[in-house]
Design a protein around this ligand. Sequence first.
Ligand SMILES: Cc1cc2nc3c(=O)[nH]c(=O)nc-3n(C[C@H](O)[C@H](O)[C@H](O)COP(=O)(O)O)c2cc1C
Length: 170
Amino acid sequence: MKRILVVCYSRSGRTRRVAEAIALQCDADLDWIKDREPRQGPVGYLRSALQALLHRKPWIQPARRPMGDYSLVIIGTPVWAWNIASPVRSYLGRYGDRCRRVAFFCTCGGAGADKVLADLQRLSGKRALATLALPRHVVDRGQFHGAVEQFVRRFNGQRGDSVSGARLAA
Ligand SMILES: Cc1cc2nc3c(=O)[nH]c(=O)nc-3n(C[C@H](O)[C@H](O)[C@H](O)COP(=O)(O)O)c2cc1C
């Protein structure tokens, strides 16, 4: 039977919300990327932006789910300073080569999502079966379920297309 894992990092809950919706839609297991850096408040924000810009790979907790057991791993990240969030970079660095097939999604304020989705594919060394970018206002208004349905349909249909939540929500 096909097994799917959805894994993400989320600082303020939006990417996590989307991860939960995707997992529900495709009956997937869920895992969270956890680090131990303080990321709240202005100092935490700056630390996060700087780490992302400098492509740092902070310590992360060992993954609870062995991704080699899954036929597809769907990885989600918030966009930080036009870059992959640093804990997700750590996850890809540590486990990326164990993922057989991948799909990626991100949430953002509105800038840098295409670059981040391209970076994720480059870092993993794999072409994503599907990608999804969702602006945070779409997530906050709960208007992302149609985009998630389309995203899931793409990798269930094995095609490598991408889908933009911004366009779908308009
Ligand atoms: C440190 C930091 C840098 C960010 N940089 C960007 C950015 O370059 N472009 C953008 O569109 N949004 C940016 N954002 C906004 C987040 O991508 C957006 O709010 C996202 O939905 C947060 O996801 P989360 O709630 O899962 O943490 C940034 C947020 C943080 C905390």
